[in-house]
Every structure is written in structure tokens, then in C-alpha cells.
Ligand binder design. Structure first.
Ligand code: KDG
Ligand code: MG
Length: 409
């Protein structure tokens, strides 16, 4: 079999997505996701101009060789644009291989290690009654684990909090990227946040009892000592994890946080390679790996990260926000089902337009996801529907402190 075409489709149903479609001379096609929130055209151009021509005529079965060729052959390694592009190729090749085998992809990764994939959803609110409503709505939808984000008194808009009021019903509307020519500016005050957040978890625990796994995302906003203080303050509420408590580049920070708290730590949605985890895994400074298949070079390196992590009882918590397309989500689900050290899967749910463009066979029932049993990934691109939604500039917001200093977002 040979690759005869590599098409890059940028579409914007609900939000922007970058999709790679590989076609073989035997008529089998494969899809990969290279969506890079706010930098979509960089990943699309890298794929179109620098990767697609290299793939023509290659044997799609040689997944590892193609991965090494794209990674080592470029000389310029790592980085989100490069790794999103390589991820799209890797996932599309796994899709082709599994379709050629007539099997769902998870069968080629070792087969199912579980019956379903535990997922967590995103609850949020502007005050405690709204948060409690939002948690309850997620429980009614079947979610068995819930991330809780909260507005902070004195700060206008805060990461992870849906802008719409609870009257609108189910709160799946939190989408950080906004369609605009320039990124929106938000404000931030870490001390106000640190004072407020334990009161929110106390209220949620009191309302829902000790069983419900609760998660929280600090979104890189604290110093190591602030994160240590928060981890300690949240210990009575027994979090499933505290995510991205400090900026991910400073890995030594986690050593300090670890010395002060037993709250489990998750990190890695902005990491690109197994090397980003070398110290964190070896020194057991984290409990969950948060990378996305889409941003870490694909299924092949994610499997390597998780096999390394397994030796230290570190589990997966694969990134699954709306800026991972259904193709990237499906890739994560096949891996989640197959690996032994699965922890949890983030599942934010896409909108109706997105689901029309990406025809999916994965399911969410009674709080558990399953990739389905179609050969390959189980996702097909409706190109006609995709063409109706051209790229629209959209950016993540950014933060300034009260004195105007740019802060981590
Ligand atoms: O593109 C950035 C988003 O994916 C990110 O803000 C979402 O932090 C996030 C999460 O945990 O899902
Ligand atoms: Mg996050």
C-alpha cells in the first residue's frame, strides 16, 4: 500500500479544527487531528508545505519509521506546531492500519483492558448555588467525576467559568477561544483566588458527600509556594487531582509542591514529548499525565509515555477539551481502553455543528466513554459539511494583573 494524497482541511464548525486526511492507492483513508488552539494555520501550513510532500509514495504501515523520519529528519525537534503535525500523521496512519486489519484501533494497541472509559465533565458557576446546580446537571448526564471551576469575587471573568447563566440549562458552553481578530484581555488576582477556592470545595463536598471524585484546574497561575498552600488547603476535600498548579515549564516547582501536600497532581497539556516527562515521572512528582494525543506527536509516543509512567504507578488523564477534534478524541479513547494505567479521560463534548462535520462512532453512556467497534478510529470527515464552515480567526484570552502585568493564562 502507498500514500497517494495528504489533504489538510481547516474547518470551523463551532470552533477551528485542523484535520489531515491521508489517502492510499488501495482506497483506504486515515484521519489525524493537528488542531492547535489559536495557532491553527501554523500547524496546517507545516503539514501542507513541509510534511505532505514527504509522505507521497510511503508505505502507510510503517508508522514508527515515518514518525522517526518526521521527528529526527526535520532536525528541528519538539514544539507544539511540529508535534501537532506529526501527531496528525501518526494518528492517520494508525487509522489506516486498523481499517486495513478490519479492527477497531484499540485491538492493535493490545485490546481492551476495561469495558468503558471513566470521563470527567466541567462544572462551573459564578457562585456556589450555580456551581452546585452545574455539578447536579453533570451527574444527571451520567458523569461520575467532575471538574469544578469557580468565579472569584472581585475578578470579572475567570478561566473555566461558563459565561452563560444557569437558566440556560446544561453548561457545556465554556469555550475559552473567542472568534475575534485579537485575544480578549482578562484580569487575575491569585490571592483572591486562593482565599476563595477552599470555600467552594467545602460547599461542594458538603452537598455531594465524600464519594464523588472532584477535580480542579489551576491553569498555571500559581507560584510553587502558592500551589503548595492551595494543595494543602484542599486536602480535607480529597481532590482526585489538582491540575497545572504552576507553569509547566518549571518542573522543579512540582518538587516543592510535592513536599507540602498529598493532593494528587496532574500536568502536561502543554507538553509535547516524552522528554518533558522524564524527570516528573522518574522522581514521581506527578500522579497523572495530562498530554493530548494531538499535541504530543500521536498515539505512538503517548503509548511510550504511559508505559514509562506505568512503572511508577502514574496514570493517564488525557486532555480532552473542545479544541481537540473528535478525531483527536477518538485516538485518545482507543488508547484509554487499551492501556493498563488508565486514570480518567476529560470529556467536554462538542457542539452539534462539530458532530455533523465529524461523524463519530464513540459513545458516552452512564458516565463511560467507548470508542466503538468500527474498523479504525471510528471517525469520518463529512467534507461537504466541513466546507460550509471556513476558518475564522479565534484566540484564547490572556491575563493581566491589576497593575497591568501580563500573567500566565
Ligand atoms: O487550548 C487550551 C485549552 O485546551 C485549555 O485551556 C483547556 O486547560 C484546559 C483543560 O484542562 O481542558
Ligand atoms: Mg487544563
Amino acid at each position: 500500500m502507498k500514500i497517494i494524497a495528504a489533504d489538510v482541511i481547516v474547518s470551523s464548525p463551532d470552533r477551528n479544527f485542523v484535520t489531515l486526511k491521508l489517502t492510499t492507492d488501495e482506497g483506504i483513508t486515515g484521519l489525524g487531528d493537528a488542531t492547535l488552539n489559536g495557532r491553527e494555520l501554523a500547524a496546517a501550513t507545516y503539514l501542507k508545505e513541509h510534511v505532505a510532500p514527504l509522505l507521497m509514495g510511503r508505505d502507510p504501515h510503517r508508522i514508527e519509521d515515518t514518525w522517526q523520519f518526521l521527528y529526527r529528519g526535520a532536525y528541528w525537534r519538539r514544539g507544539p506546531v511540529t508535534m501537532a503535525a506529526i501527531a496528525a500523521v501518526d494518528v492517520a496512519l494508525w487509522d489506516i492500519k486498523a481499517k486495513a486489519a478490519g479492527m477497531p484501533l484499540y485491538q492493535l494497541l493490545g485490546g481492551a483492558s476495561r469495558n468503558g472509559i471513566r470521563a470527567y465533565g466541567h462544572a462551573s458557576g459564578r457562585d456556589i448555588p450555580e456551581i452546585i446546580d452545574s455539578v447536579r446537571e453533570h451527574l444527571e448526564l451520567g458523569y461520575k467525576s467532575i471538574r469544578v471551576q469557580t468565579a472569584v469575587p472581585g475578578i470579572d471573568s475567570v478561566y473555566g467559568v461558563a459565561a452563560q447563566s444557569a437558566e440556560g440549562g446544561i453548561r457545556y458552553d465554556y469555550e475559552p477561544a473567542q472568534r475575534a481578530a485579537l485575544p480578549a484581555e482578562e484580569d487575575w488576582d491569585t490571592r483572591a483566588y486562593l482565599r476563595h477556592i477552599p470555600t467552594v470545595f467545602e460547599a461542594v463536598r458538603n452537598e455531594f458527600g465524600p464519594e464523588l471524585p472532584l477535580l480542579h484546574d489551576g491553569h498555571h497561575r500559581m507560584t510553587p509556594m502558592q500551589a503548595a498552600k492551595l494543595g494543602k488547603a484542599l486536602e480535607p476535600y480529597d481532590l482526585f487531582w489538582l491540575e497545572d498548579c504552576t507553569p509547566a515549564e518549571n518542573q522543579d516547582a512540582l518538587r516543592l509542591v510535592r513536599q507540602h501536600t498529598t493532593t494528587p497532581l496532574a500536568i502536561g497539556e502543554v507538553f509535547n514529548t516524552v522528554w518533558d516527562y522524564q524527570t516528573l515521572i522518574r522522581e514521581q512528582l506527578i500522579d497523572y499525565v495530562r498530554s493530548a494525543v494531538t499535541h504530543t506527536g500521536g498515539i505512538s509516543p503517548m503509548k511510550k509515555i504511559m508505559d514509562y509512567a506505568a512503572q511508577y504507578q502514574i496514570k493517564s488523564g488525557i486532555h480532552g477539551p473542545t479544541d481537540i477534534s473528535p478525531v483527536g478524541m477518538a485516538a485518545a479513547l482507543h488508547l484509554d481502553l487499551a492501556i493498563h494505567n488508565f486514570g480518567i479521560q476529560e470529556y467536554m463534548r462538542h457542539g452539534d455543528l462539530t458532530n455533523e462535520v465529524f461523524e463519530q462512532s464513540f459513545t458516552f453512556e452512564d458516565g463511560y466513554l467507548h470508542p466503538g467497534n468500527e474498523p479504525g478510529l471510528g471517525v469520518e470527515l463529512n467534507e461537504e459539511a466541513a466546507a460550509k464552515h471556513p476558518y475564522t480567526p479565534a484566540y484564547l484570552p490572556f491575563n493581566r494583573l491589576k497593575d497591568g502585568t501580563v500573567h500566565d493564562w
